[in-house]
Design a protein around this ligand. Structure first.
Ligand SMILES: [Zn+2]
Length: 134
């Protein structure tokens, strides 16, 4: 049986995946400590749900946030808190004709004049939208 190359390759893939989420893990730790501080300052003992808002055009990947969430809340006040992520559409205004459109849906080209110059109206958000206390 000479199948030793395969497990090694799989391990490399796993490492790459973990690396891709490191950015989000750091962000998640920051959010958790921000929420913990807020809860303590306001006498909140149990948080039912944490709602984050993520813009389509922000560099943060929601699935990585979900993936690293359990590790980030382990042993904190948010240990049993549910994570909810709301997406904000990436809307822009065409700088040539003034039309507004969704940047990703239209593949970065204005559907009215085919212009490619735009100003971002929404979609860069990354914020804590809501903390639902029990
Ligand atoms: Zn246009």
């Amino acid at each position: 049986m000479a199948a030793s190359a395969r497990p090694q390759r799989r391990a490399d893939a796993a490492e790459k995946q973990a690396g891709a989420g490191l950015h989000e893990l750091g962000i998640m730790f920051n959010i958790v400590s921000t929420v913990e501080n807020f809860a303590r300052a306001n006498g909140v003992a149990v948080i039912d749900t944490l709602v984050l808002q993520v813009g389509e055009l922000s560099p943060v990947v929601p699935q990585y946030l979900h993936a690293c969430y359990p590790a980030a809340v382990d042993g904190t006040l948010l240990q049993d808190t549910q994570l909810k992520i709301e997406m904000v559409p990436g809307n822009v205004r065409c700088e040539d004709c003034g039309a507004t459109y969704n940047l990703l849906q239209e593949q970065r080209v204005c559907p009215q004049c085919c212009g490619q110059r735009y100003a971002i109206l929404s979609g860069r958000e990354f914020l804590i939208k809501e903390i639902v206390a029990r």
